[in-house]
Design a protein around this ligand. Structure first.
Ligand code: GLN
Length: 512
């Protein structure tokens, strides 16, 4: 009888999936297990990929009505992928750590046969005809593509509020935004809908929502991950990158998606280190730079305090900390917005109601098709950027705006190169505030100004990472930003892992 009960109880656990024993020391809900924990359980046959998918689907079913991270969640397809993973494992053909692990996908990354809306009415009925390079790699690794998540329309924004479809909430406080533009990707990971997600970052869209949602987000070096198959916002700035709940999980996903791809001319042949293998390398002797232009009296005192506490921890571990200078960092906002709007307006030009996108039913002639389709299909922020971007590229203004911005971009890049002659990593805040309440982001200029700490990293093409380092008085997460030399994501991950190991931040979860 008691044996039967315990068997029933196991079955019960497997079906309700509220809690699952992850290790001998720790019992936590399966939906907050790390990739390594899940992968080991899979390898030991203690759990199946279908168990994991079922648990996470159940979590999403019960909680996503509050968070609203998903734009599309096809249960049948997810379970079919999980079954295929289990079959491979049974046949001794397991593909590696990610086989059977769910990964949510931002809705601007193409998955063949699935919708690709970029959270825009314009592309509401568009179905991707091919897989992005990163999706090909995830399929080869056996990952379970776990639904498509919300974002700012065409990745333009910092709160996910410009999505044409829904407002995603911050899992830590449902009255606050999750950040953006990869707000759905960060909120899904923080809510326990998936251990990992893919986002894209043009000016902070992985790092800022990761910071707001208390998860880890990494923007790789420009060229580290192929952009083939991501709907382009600004081609010289965009990068796809991983979001997870700890550095180790992020390292695993980066390993899977990094690498050269001839279909993206900016993709780089640089060799790929063993990111996970380097995680535990001692951090003693690493040199950390603090830019004097950032750590001024204008910085929010609490954000400064939390970041300096992390810096003190690094010092206590034998890191050397010194001041560096980034003299042109004040110019990042105008330079970024000129370049990203110019490239964005040009990238969106084929979405005109004729080649791609919604076609207005009210149009009477060809010109009308363009203007009414674009007028009805795009939201206010996208229209604003198309107009400004077209303006700065127009004859007579190109030299004054776009060309000049490119020249200043060079100075920003040179500032970093000089600073990295002296240090290995630069530490800054990710954002000047914690997550804002809904409805407080109506002023576009103020929104652009709030991006001041993330933009330079994209302009200089560097890797940047957001790592949770504390909470504010309302229990909203605070992130610190680690910025590295080109192609040195490994050192960022190593510093993040060391910080996590000594602090219990990654074991805090939102109450949902
Ligand atoms: N918030 C920035 C913008 O609105 C960054 C967006 C992004 O990285 N996709 O452009």
């Amino acid at each position: 009888m008691s044996l039967e009960f315990s068997v029933d109880f196991r079955v019960f656990c497997r079906l309700t999936f509220q809690f699952y024993e992850i290790s001998n020391q720790m019992t936590k809900p399966i939906f907050y297990a790390t990739v390594t924990e899940l992968s080991q359980k899979l390898a030991k046959e203690e759990i199946t990929a279908v168990d994991i998918a079922t648990a996470l689907l159940e979590r999403a079913r019960t909680v996503d009505n509050k968070v609203n991270a998903f734009l599309d969640l096809n249960e049948e397809d997810i379970l079919a992928q999980a079954k295929a993973s289990d079959a491979r494992r049974r046949d001794g053909k397991r593909l590696g750590t990610l086989d059977g692990i769910p990964v949510c996908i931002k809705d601007n990354i193409s998955v063949k046969g699935q919708s690709l809306t970029c959270a825009s009415k314009m592309l509401e009925n568009y179905v991707a005809p091919y897989d992005a390079h990163v999706i090909e790699l995830l399929k080869k690794a056996g990952a379970v593509l776990f639904g498509r998540v919300n974002m700012d329309e065409f990745a333009m924004g910092s709160s996910t509020e410009t999505s044409a479809f829904k407002k995603t909430a911050n899992p830590w406080n449902l009255k606050h935004v999750p950040g953006g533009s990869s707000g759905g990707s960060a909120a899904a990971v923080a809510s326990g809908f998936c251990p990992l997600s893919l986002g894209s970052d043009t000016g902070g869209s992985i790092r800022q929502p990761a910071s707001f949602c208390g998860v880890v987000g990494l923007k790789p070096t420009y060229g580290r991950v192929s952009r083939y198959g991501v709907a382009a916002l600004s081609s010289s700035l965009d990068q796809i990158g991983p979001i997870g709940r700890c550095a180790e999980d992020v390292a695993i996903l980066l390993q899977a998606i990094a690498g050269e791809d001839h279909r993206d001319s900016s993709s780089n042949p640089e060799s790929i280190p063993d990111f996970s293998g380097k995680l535990k390398t001692p951090i003693t002797g690493l040199k950390i730079g603090l830019p004097k232009e950032v750590f001024t009296d204008n910085l929010d005192p609490l954000i400064k305090e939390k970041i300096m506490a992390a810096v003190d921890y690094y010092k206590s571990q034998g890191c050397e900390v010194k001041e560096v200078s980034l003299p042109h960092c004040d110019l990042c906002i105008p330079v970024y917005y000129v370049i990203s709007m110019a490239e964005g307006s040009s990238n969106l030009s084929p979405i005109d109601g004729i080649r791609y996108g919604l076609r207005s039913q009210r149009a009477t002639d060809a010109i009308d098709v363009y203007s009414k389709s674009r007028g009805e299909g795009f939201g206010a922020e996208v229209k604003r950027r198309i107009m400004l971007g077209t303006y700065v590229l127009s004859s007579g203004f190109y030299d004054a705006y776009y060309l000049r911005a490119q020249k200043v971009r060079r100075l920003i890049r040179d500032d970093f190169a000089k600073a990295f002659e002296e240090v290995d990593v630069i530490i800054e805040p990710v954002a000047s505030t914690t997550a804002m309440p809904f409805g407080s982001t109506g002023d576009p200029l103020q929104n652009y100004l709030n991006d001041k700490f993330t933009l330079s990293v994209n302009l200089a093409g560097l890797p940047g990472m957001s790592v949770p380092c504390g909470f504010d008085g309302n229990r909203l997460p605070i992130g610190m930003q680690l910025i590295g030399k080109p192609f040195d994501e490994a050192t960022l991950l190593q510093l993040a892992a060391a910080f996590e190991a000594a602090h219990d931040i990654k074991t805090h979860y939102p109450e949902l």
